[in-house]
Design a protein around this ligand. Structure first.
Ligand code: NDP
Length: 286
């Protein structure tokens, strides 16, 4: 598939396809579950095998739904979950991880992320992550919602540079990280995992859908504006996007976005319509 042809390399050399699947709010409505499971399974078949969940999502409902969706196909997916900051201390992280594994019906995670920074010292969370990795409960670990100063601090903490990725909000309508965080990641060869790549909700989604440049480029490729937005997010080989789609039609469209090769001219025009910041902007979070 197109998704599998474009890969992102993790620091340990493992490659993953450029588009994965988010699962926030999945499993919340019982009447939607069967549809959501089918959508996730279609996504896996189309190569979007990175599946992102968290203990937070629906209080475990998302992890349980993902567990159902991947039953019998654990080896076909790259499973990502996240620990709450208040569970990221040495005393609690192994229990939190064990509970996630149980809900997911597996005995290991491909990637475990600190959901955002809390009050627990980084060195303690890192120690917990490294322990889980040694035990084989997780294959690698990373962080989420870390701004540049947080990444610097992480790198200056014992074993902090073992971090595999940083999952942050990134889409064409919110490109603050283009100023400093993404360059920092490039310098350190750590990929970014872009969440809300389709600008879920809010006014930015509307702006994106109605923008003349995005619409013209979409017409040129005979695709939809959001597919252009997704193709934009993964325009370089060090960003993985994890759109969430509970509808099969959306899953298909997202997978197809990997086939869109935006030209330098397209990118220049999009830069004009959605300029990158000229000074530091605090990391956008949802
Ligand atoms: P997205 O930007 O992925 O948008 C999801 C919304 O867009 C859903 O309503 C979905 O509808 C719709 N959609 C999906 N594909 C299409 C399409 N092709 N055309 C039109 N609409 C479409 O938002 P999310 O905030 O969900 O971000 C993605 C994932 O990132 C999350 O699910 C989660 O896993 C992760 N995340 C992580 C955060 C963190 O703090 N680390 C914070 C926020 C998100 P439908 O479902 O009906 O198909």
């Amino acid at each position: 598939s197109h998704v599998e042809k474009r890969v992102v390399k993790l620091p340990d050399g493992t490659t993953v396809p450029c588009i994965g699947q988010g699962t926030w709010y999945m499993g919340d409505k019982p009447q939607e579950k069967a549809k959501e499971i089918k959508a996730l399974q279609l996504g896996i078949e189309l190569g979007m095998k990175v599946i992102d969940t968290a203990e937070m999502y629906g209080n475990g409902a998302s992890e349980r739904l993902v567990g159902e969706a991947i039953k019998g196909r654990r080896d076909d997916v790259f499973l990502v979950s996240k620990v709450y900051p208040h569970n990221a201390g040495l005393d609690k992280i192994s229990v939190a991880c064990e509970n996630s594994l149980k809900r997911l019906g597996t005995d290991y995670l491909d990637l475990y992320l600190l959901h955002w920074r809390g009050r627990i010292p980084l060195e303690e969370t890192i120690e917990g992550m490294e322990k889980l990795q040694k035990e084989g409960k997780i294959l690698r670990w990373g962080v989420s919602n870390f701004d540049t100063d947080d990444m610097e601090e992480l790198w200056n903490t014992l074993n902090g540079s073992n971090c595999a990725t940083n999952q942050v909000l990134y889409h064409i309508g919110s490109r603050g990280i283009d100023f400093d965080l993404l360059p920092w990641h490039r310098e350190h060869h750590i990929p970014i995992m872009a969440y809300s790549p389709l600008a879920q909700g809010g006014t930015l989604r509307k702006q994106l859908l109605t923008d003349p440049t995005v619409n013209e480029i979409a017409k040129k490729y005979n695709v939809k504006p959001l597919q252009i937005a997704l193709a934009w997010t993964i325009r370089t080989d060090d960003v993985i996007a994890i759109p969430k789609a509970g509808q099969e039609q959306h899953v298909l469209e997202n997978a197809e976005a990997a086939a869109i090769e935006l030209t330098q001219e397209d990118l220049n025009r999009l830069d004009e319509a959605f300029p990158k910041p000229r000074k530091k902007v605090p990391l956008d979070i949802i």
